[in-house]
Design a protein around this ligand. Structure first.
Ligand SMILES: [Fe+2]
Ligand SMILES: [Fe+2]
Length: 263
């Protein structure tokens, strides 16, 4: 519970640098690529806001009335505030690039048959998996981004996504234990495993464009004068890094029954 309260109380950092100078340094190709990538980023962050809202709603609906559940609710509200500020930051970048903001309401698919199973799904897929992948992707983008105002913004995203991924690692065993009490360990673990494997296959199709790790070209330096963009192979490597270091060990621990995701 202390960790959840710590997540809520952690310091908010906001970007302070002006974007105009960095934007004026962009050539037409880098500018077009920046519009594409930051529009995708804005949409992804809007989806994260919707996810945080659904997490907060379902933790109340799931019948987990306890101080721990209330602390989780507070953490999900803070998560939503972080994600809303990321939407704001991405849209601010788009405005500096002379581009309008994309729609900020993203509809999420439903995946569970009850508030608790939806909560378990969203914690496993939306927080544990997607936030871990997001943190890993932002880490490689941050390393490649050399225009200072863009770099500052990617750094803010990166710090938050690392905290969100840690929240996912902490909360997943808690909601899974509650779900095991409700439906039994076998059914609960089958549901989490299927949810994670399905979402992993979707991420491999979208982020890695279906390319296996062994078929990716070797890493190479990314372009300079960079407004927060990496080539698709760098994103794919970030995805595979997370699957190997975070997701596969957790799936293995579900088989052995020896769960230890919290770090
Ligand atoms: Fe975010
Ligand atoms: Fe996030």
């Amino acid at each position: 519970m202390q960790r959840l309260n710590g997540f809520v109380a952690r310091r908010t950092r906001r970007p302070t640098s002006a974007l105009a100078e960095d934007v004026s340094a962009l050539g037409p190709e880098a500018r077009a690529a920046a519009v594409y990538v930051w529009t995708r980023r804005s949409l992804n962050e809007s989806a994260s806001v919707s996810l945080a809202e659904r997490l907060a709603a379902n933790v109340g609906e799931a019948g987990l009335d306890s101080p721990l559940a209330r602390a989780m609710h507070g953490a999900f509200v803070r998560l939503g505030e972080d994600e809303a500020s990321h939407v704001f930051d991405a849209n601010e970048v788009l405005a500096a690039l002379g581009q309008g903001a994309p729609p900020n309401e993203v509809e999420l698919r439903a995946a569970g048959s009850s508030p608790l199973s939806q909560l378990v799904h969203d914690v496993a897929v939306g927080l544990f998996l997607c936030e871990s992948v997001s943190a890993s992707r932002f880490a490689s983008v941050w390393a490649a981004t050399d225009l200072p105002a863009f770099r500052e913004r990617i750094g803010v995203f990166l710090r938050d996504e690392i905290a969100h991924a840690a929240l996912g690692r902490h909360v997943l065993p808690l909601v899974l234990a509650a779900y095991e009490r409700r439906v039994g360990p076998n059914e609960a673990r089958r549901f989490v495993t299927t949810s994670l494997e399905t979402a992993t296959a979707e991420l491999v199709a979208i982020v890695a464009q279906g390319t296996a790790l062994v078929d990716l070209p070797p890493p190479r330096p990314q372009p300079t004068g960079n407004p927060g963009i990496v080539e698709p192979a760098a994103d794919a490597r970030a995805l595979y890094r997370t699957l190997e270091r975070t997701v596969q060990p957790f799936l293995g621990s579900l088989v052995t029954g020896n769960m230890h995701t919290s770090s």
